[in-house]
Write a protein that binds this ligand. Structure first.
Ligand code: ADP
Ligand code: MG
Ligand code: MG
Length: 885
């Protein structure tokens, strides 16, 4: 099997591995593809991800030498370009670029201008006729190589560069002359010697071999690992390495480098969106070295920027670029994120990939592309990340709230966020861990800040444009971001900042609006956003394609209403215990629990009955004839008991029992392992009057609403924590008994079913017997995961992280169903249940009901519905459609 694939004009491999992102990485696959369809891509070659894994497994077998395949691929570049690597007169230079299966922007390393040394730099000066250009390229190369390959802190070189500019009294890199740059390189060499005790390597073959090794190594860097963990990217993928002939954006005024999206990645608008810099190279745009210029005249005018757009400055190149944008969108049928360089008026494309975008943009682009006839509805559904819809449901600023505007920057990633200002990623992580909302405020972010950006509510930077690191990463994470707020000045040492003349200390509250770029003092109130046309359109498409129903887990009228707005088709889990905590009810509840005999208990239950009934009336009214699964009391009783001194005193006054007696009773009820103790249906078995009261409340409410509205009401009564058919049978008889009594009193009958939660392994094992009694199963995957894995969810925090890092579980089993274990039980219980009762209704009501991967699993095993928390209902609708396609 080949380990190296060449790309460039006229090269088309028959080997499908050359197009496989798993083998050659996303960047490599797309470079090959673009070259094949005739785009101007500098020639190069890709070393496979498999080689990366070999290398990382056995670093010593690879010394700093070029193996045969790399050597001959390099010869291919030399022939195509007509220059030789290491040639003293006209040297070929290359870039060495990382490229994993999925893009990990800026996470791993890239080295440009490789192949320069004290000799070839003079050859480059002579062949290009531009002395300054040659030394600028050499300066960049030495700096990148020394930090990436030799591992010397990049700040050392940046400080030296800053100092050189100060000494010459200039503010920008481009103002340094050839001589200045040569002197600076001398200083860089000094730093390298001092740090490494050896001179900067002059052998170009050694440079190349070591650079390739360093890019492989960067797969294991801390920041790459953090990024992988946050994005669920497996460590076993490895990265490919791309070695490519250099083209130069730093060759004077007709040369440039830039980054562009074929549509607006923040809003989805169909308008080119990008930035570029004259006489610059590589990462200059993204790194915010200078203020980048706009691509289009329209964008420049809208922003009121002075520097000319590319459309104005290099009109012919811009026209060509626009043509390629269209071509690439058509080819990949998606919005593209493109990196390009112009060398003396000639355009080259250096990268393309499907662009990261906000959820809002994802919806708009998908709907637009269907309307443009570019893609089909199914493709549109498939490409929207269901989890990202969460962003759209995020609050926006309350338009009526009074506000103090401090300043503004670029609207880099939409949404509003408030929080305490922090000035570094570590502080962000610490304070967020303590439950505080933080806004990460930085000069500019870098890949080292990822962990802080992840925990921050929002991100604010002083420098950098719309394609800066902060902007790109924030959009990908769905964090609101304002970038390039030039009126913001930060003093990291003093841990304070100033915006618009206002002093901001660490911990002060601010609000940013990533949709407008505004920055406000204090924490402003927010409101629910309006969901737009694109959202409704995509949801309607999803509904057309999904097989499973989507319900919600809700018990308050407010939650039920939200869930209905989001399209819930019923309630999959209404937890009745939450209803007992409100106001005075808790006292009746406590009285009921503390009762020493049946009569006392009935007195308390009688007072709870009307309260429960009115809750159910509201819920049935809102749900308008949709099914409502009500779970009878589940938690151990002592959870309702008072804890603090004052609570005991208050209760004593309310129920007229002495504090001492109350405390004794509370002690009696305490359990050493309540999760497996007297809870769930075991309460109903020992105290049938509790369930009788709840069921009475449900049926009385159902009769009332059905009479009032003339619509059917569909209660489904769910008995929790059943492990045997006998338990369910006893309690089902109780339910039927109460129903007969209530229907007789009311002179009215409502249809209902009785079923159970499958949340104990035993229940899954004897599901055939349980199905003989129960008319539905709802998989309670939170408890089923705890009981199957023998892991308490509340205690898992101590070790589950290590388990996931070590790959023992691929994902957090409380977030995404453990398909191999818990999944097997579900599959079996579903099959056994159907064997006994062909029309048994099957659903899931754990947290997993809102997790796309778990939803796909539920679809596979043929469940009838999933039930998710109200804000996850849209996610579930889309995920259910994706799994049905
Ligand atoms: P990342 O994956 O972090 O974006 P890249 O490998 O894309 O890293 O390299 C970053 C930038 O370096 C590119 O956007 C491009 O501007 C520049 N670059 C890479 N290879 C070349 C090349 N062969 N010629 C000119 N510029 C290059
Ligand atoms: Mg790139
Ligand atoms: Mg449970």
């Amino acid at each position: 099997m080949k380990t190296v694939y060449t790309f460039g004009p006229g090269i088309a491999h028959d080997d499908s591995r050359a197009r496989d992102k798993a083998v050659v990485g996303g960047k490599g696959a797309n470079l090959g593809e673009m070259a094949r369809i005739g785009l101007p891509v500098p020639p190069g070659f890709t070393i496979t991800t498999e080689e990366c894994l070999h290398f990382l497994r056995d670093r010593h077998s690879q010394s700093a030498r070029l193996d045969g395949e790399v050597r001959s691929a390099l010869t291919h570049i030399e022939r195509t370009v007509g220059k030789r690597f290491g040639d003293r007169h006209d040297p070929l230079l290359v870039s060495v670029r990382s490229g994993a299966r999925v893009s990990m922007p800026g996470m791993m390393d890239t080295i440009l201008n490789l192949g320069l040394n004290d000799q070839t730099v003079r050859g480059l000066a002579a062949s290009s006729g531009d002395e300054r250009f040659a030394w600028d390229s050499y300066r960049r190369f030495v700096q990148m190589y020394a930090s990436v390959v030799l591992g010397i802190d990049h700040a050392r070189f940046e400080d030296a560069l800053e100092k050189a500019k100060e000494d010459r009294g200039v503010s920008q890199d481009v103002d340094l002359s050839a001589t200045d740059l040569r002197d600076l390189i001398g200083e860089f060499f000094g730093i390298v010697e001092a740090e490494r005790g050896a001179p900067f390597p002059q052998d170009v073959d050694e440079q190349l071999a070591s650079a390739i090794a360093a890019v492989f190594e960067s797969w294991e860097s801390d920041r790459a690992k953090v990024y992988r963990r946050l994005n669920g990217i497996p460590g076993e993928w490895g990265t490919a390495v791309n070695v490519q002939a250099m083209v130069f954006g730093n060759l004077g005024e007709t040369s440039a480098t830039g980054v562009a999206f074929t549509r607006n990645p923040a809003t989805g608008d169909k308008a080119y969106y990008g930035e570029w810099l004259v006489n610059a190279q590589g990462e200059d745009v993204v790194a915010g070295i200078r203020t980048p210029q706009y691509l289009t005249l329209a964008a420049r005018t809208a922003a009121g920027a002075k520097l000319p757009s590319m459309e104005e400055a290099l009109p012919a190149v811009f026209t060509e670029l626009a043509r390629l944008f269209e071509l690439l969108e058509l080819h990949y049928q998606d919005m593209q994120d493109i990196e390009f360089t112009v060398e003396r008026g000639k355009l080259y494309i250096l990268q393309t990939r499907s662009g990261k975008r906000t959820a809002k943009a994802a919806l708009k682009i998908a709907v637009d592309m269907v309307e443009e006839g570019l893609i089909a509805e199914e493709a549109a559904i498939r490409r929207i990340d269901p989890a990202s819809l969460d962003q759209l449901l995020h609050p926006t600023l309350d338009p009526d709230a009074p506000r103090t505007l401090l300043g503004s920057g670029l609207p880099a990633s939409p949404g509003a966020a408030s929080g305490a200002v922090v000035f570094d990623a570590d502080t962000a992580a610490v304070r967020a861990e303590l439950g505080e909302n933080v806004i990460l405020v930085r000069q500019e972010t870098s890949p080292d800040d990822i962990h802080g950006m992840h925990v921050a509510r929002g991100i604010l930077t002083a420098k950098g444009g719309m394609t800066s690191h902060a902007a790109v990463v924030a959009r990908g994470m769905g964090r609101p971001c304002v970038s390039g707020a030039s009126s913001l000045s930060i003093d990291y040492q003093a841990r304070s900042a100033e915006i618009g003349g206002v002093h901001i200390a660490e911990g002060d509250l601010i609000t940013i609006d990533g949709s407008t770029g505004e920055i406000f003092q204090g924490a402003l109130p927010t409101v629910m956003p309006e969901l737009d046309r694109e959202f409704a359109t995509v949801m309607a498409w999803a509904d057309r394609h999904r097989r499973m129903n989507v319900r919600t887990n809700a018990e308050t009228p407010a939650d039920c209403e939200v869930a209905r707005q989001f399209g819930a088709e019923g309630i999959g889990l209404c937890r009745t215990e939450h209803m007992f905590f409100d106001g005075e009810r808790i006292n009746f509840m406590r009285q009921m629990i503390l009762a020493t005999n049946g009569t006392e208990r009935l007195v308390a239950l009688d007072r709870l009955l009307p309260e429960q009934r009115s809750d159910f009336v509201r819920i049935f009214e809102i749900m308008q004839g949709l099914p409502v699964t009500v779970r009878l009391l589940d938690p151990p009783l002592h959870e309702f008991l008072p804890h603090s001194e004052s609570e005991f005193t208050e209760l004593s006054a309310a129920v007229g029992i002495g504090v001492d007696q109350l405390r004794r009773r509370a002690e009696e009820l305490a359990e050493s392992n309540p999760m497996l103790g007297h809870r769930g249906c075991r309460l109903g078995v020992v105290y049938p009057e509790i369930y009788e009261m709840q069921v009475r409340a449900i049926f009385e409410a159902a009769c009332a609403v059905s009479r009032e509205t003339g619509q059917p009401v569909v209660p489904e009564i769910m008995i929790p924590l059943v492990g045997t058919a006998r338990e369910l049978d006893m309690l089902k008889q109780t339910v039927i008994g109460v129903s007969e009594a209530v229907f007789a009193e009311q002179g009215l009958t409502v249809e209902f079913t009785v079923g159970t939660m499958i949340e104990l392994p035993r229940a899954a094992l004897v599901a055939d017997e349980i199905a003989a009694v129960g008319e539905f199963f709802s998989f309670g995957t939170n408890d089923l995961t705890q009981t199957t894995l023998g892991i308490s969810r509340d205690d898992a925090g101590r070790f589950l992280g290590s388990y996931i890092d070590k790959g023992i579980y691929a994902k957090d089993p409380f977030v995404s169903i453990d398909v191999d274990g818990v999944g097997k039980l579900i599959e079996m219980a579903a099959r056994l249940g159907r064997e006994t009762r062909a029309d048994i209704k099957l659903g899931i009501c754990g947290e997993h009901g809102g997790d796309p991967a778990s939803i796909a699993f539920c679809d596979r095993v043929g469940l009838d519905y999933v039930s998710a928390s109200p804000f996850r209902v849209p996610i579930a609708r889309l995920a259910a459609a994706q799994s049905a396609l």
